[in-house]
Design a protein around this ligand. Structure first.
Ligand code: ATP
Ligand code: MG
Length: 389
């Protein structure tokens, strides 16, 4: 029996020209994500996208798992391909739906004819398929109001399709439809969640990580790569810039007041990130900050870090509690990696009494002994670029 994945993106919010563009980008994203699984045709017809394996060795289960993570798909189904012939539809319905129907008690059938030339009307198709299923599965009853399963029969362009329940998709908008932004990624819980949240709204991601060897170990860097590869299952590939931050931290430790360490670090990170982001085509920065979570995330502190960049800084977690963030992090499977105990550069020089109400003037004064431009240039020159898939 030939099986396909059927995506109905009636849920895509935008209409008209935009919608067409969205569908094309979505199809491109699907194609990229399924490429390694075997020969497959992906086509759009009658406001649905058809994913049709071309060989028996196509990894269908893995394809379902991957489609489930692609943004821009609210729901999808696996469907059995039938001839546009009632006998074939009846025979295949019985066989294809065996497993789900054996587990439930009540069902109903819904039919749709996109091809009005089909000789039976929709109610007639429902009656025939329903009757056939009742005659083969004696434990079943029809319940049109609250069935355990709805069986769908669709008569479309070249074929008919039989399918059971819709599977919930990842929702959101296709990655790439909203432009590109750069996530400042640490090894913590928050920044991968922030990355995922913005990719869900259609942003393609670049990533920037500040590493301070030998204060931070290669394992900490590997942890960031692992986190990004988990996010990339949703967002698609991510370009990662790894910025050497050791010298900057040493200079801050030597020349700046201790209560400003974290703030000055964050201000320099933002300045560097903005330049790298611009060069890589990003229109905004993304951080995992949440209001009041730590001293460097009070409103006065955020004002001082925002001030050094002209790029918009997207902070999707700003109004979330830690539990909400953790819950998303578990759902997207980054939590277990995030809590591995490898140090981040921010934790290496944590002041005992960090400044919670800094002003622009006091920050400028605190960092006045640094040659910030030279430090930034050097760090950017020594930045390494890799690619996470
Ligand atoms: P996370 O859990 O993501 O590490 P956090 O709660 O520990 O965040 P901070 O360490 O204050 O918060 O960092 C705030 C934000 O700054 C992070 O969410 C991230 O966007 C960015 N950031 C922190 N450290 C780094 C780093 N080493 N490289 C890149 N970005 C960083
Ligand atoms: Mg952190």
């Amino acid at each position: 029996m030939k099986e396909i994945i059927l995506i109905k993106n009636g849920e895509l919010a935008l209409k008209g020209l935009n919608r067409c563009n969205f569908e094309d980008i979505l199809i491109k994203n699907i194609r990229r994500r399924l490429k390694s699984l075997g020969d497959v045709t992906i086509r759009k017809a009658q406001s649905a996208i058809y994913i049709e394996p071309q060989n028996d060795d196509f990894h269908f289960a893995e394809a379902l798992a991957r489609v489930k993570l692609i943004f821009g798909i609210a729901g999808f189904s696996r469907a059995c391909v039938c001839l546009k012939d009632m006998d074939d539809i009846l025979e295949k319905s019985v066989e294809y739906l065996k497993e789900p129907l054996e587990k439930i008690k009540t069902f109903k059938v819904e039919a749709k004819r996109a091809d009005k030339r089909f000789p039976l009307t929709s109610p007639e198709i429902c009656r025939e398929v329903g009757g056939m299923l009742l005659s083969k599965y004696h434990h079943l009853k029809v319940d049109v109001h609250n069935p355990d399963i709805t069986v769908f029969v669709e008569i479309r362009d070249t074929n008919a399709y039989v399918r059971a329940e819709q599977i919930q998709g990842a929702g959101g908008l296709p990655v790439g439809t909203a432009g590109t932004a750069s996530i400042l990624i640490s090894g913590g819980i928050d920044s991968p969640v922030a990355a995922w949240t913005m990719a869900k709204r259609g942003l393609r991601l670049n990533a920037i990580h500040f590493a301070s060897p030998p204060y931070t170990s290669p394992r900490a860097e590997q942890k960031v790569r692992t986190l990004l590869s988990k996010v990339a299952r949703y967002s698609g590939c991510i370009n990662l810039a790894i910025v050497p931050f050791t010298e900057i931290q040493d200079q801050i430790a030597e020349h700046c007041p201790e209560d400003y360490f974290t703030l000055i670090m964050r201000r320099i990170m933002m300045r560097i990130a903005e330049r790298i982001a611009k060069d890589s085509g990003s229109l905004a920065l993304i951080t995992g900050e949440s209001l009041g979570q730590v001293a460097s995330q009070t409103l006065p502190a955020l004002v001082t870090t925002d001030y050094v960049t002209t790029m918009p800084v997207l902070r999707p977690l700003i109004g979330m509690d830690k539990e909400e963030i953790v819950s998303i992090s578990r759902n997207i499977d980054t939590f277990e990696t995030s809590i591995l105990p490898y140090e981040d550069c921010c934790t290496v020089f944590t002041p005992k009494h960090p400044k919670t109400r800094p002003t622009l003037e006091s920050c400028a004064e605190a960092e006045s002994k640094l040659d910030i431009e030279a430090l930034i240039q050097k760090a950017i020159n020594e930045t390494e670029y890799t690619y996470i898939d």
